[in-house]
Design a protein around this ligand. Sequence first.
Ligand SMILES: Nc1ncnc2c1ncn2[C@@H]1O[C@H](COP(=O)(O)OP(=O)(O)OP(=O)(O)O)[C@@H](O)[C@H]1O
Length: 250
Amino acid sequence: MALRGATASLGARPVLRGVDLTVEAGETVALLGENGSGKSTAVRAVIGQVALTGGSLELFGSPLRRFRHWRRVGYVPQRSTATGGVPATVGEVVSSGRLARRGLRPLGRADRAAVAHALEQVGLADRAGDSVEELSGGQHQRVLIARALAGEPDLLIMDEPLAGVDVGSQRVLADVLRAHTAAGGAALLVLHELGPLAPVISRTVVLRGGRVETVDDPERLHDLACHPPDAAEQEPAAPHAPKIETGLLT
Ligand SMILES: Nc1ncnc2c1ncn2[C@@H]1O[C@H](COP(=O)(O)OP(=O)(O)OP(=O)(O)O)[C@@H](O)[C@H]1O
């Protein structure tokens, strides 16, 4: 996946102002930055939900206008936008992740196996028959992750997957990502903090004001990404800070 010089506006507001962002097979890239810096807009541009006004987007080597293999892309939206009051079981929600693959055909054996595997990966194999309304917030998030995994995507995109999620669920996600990239998949995650995901992040990209921020001092990544500038002196840097994106992508 490659965004190059991407610009986009929401209403009259320019939100992306020249973003370069690449994610290669086998990589997990974290997109960080302050509230309103354009992270969600950038990932929504990658899945075609926000139109670019300039620059380009390539998915698996094809320019967006020629790209048809959406089944290769799995998306986990910000939790609050995804599940408002839909009465469905965990199994039904996760099965909907197969839609792009099977169209309107009934679930086949491969579909059922993928759904079962996805539920197992997120530790919800025993909850398939439960209503999603009976789940906690963190379990809800796991369901959305399982829904994306069920589609067996090559590129997994998640918008703030750690929001409101306990350490146990964060570790589950780290395991999911490890398995995904070990199998050659790629992932792009919008995050506010790396937390337990730090060991599985290959690269971080920091957005500020709709542009990729140059981070000269890797020690300051954590502060630049997660805290307002005036808090920068108070917090230590993440112990295993991954490679920092400099804004000059090739
Ligand atoms: N529908 C909209 N119309 C106009 N402006 C919008 C709209 N949605 C978001 N914005 C603005 O676009 C900018 C970027 O928003 P975006 O959601 O991409 O930021 P973000 O980095 O994901 O923030 P957060 O960390 O708070 O989720 C913000 O200034 C926001 O106010």
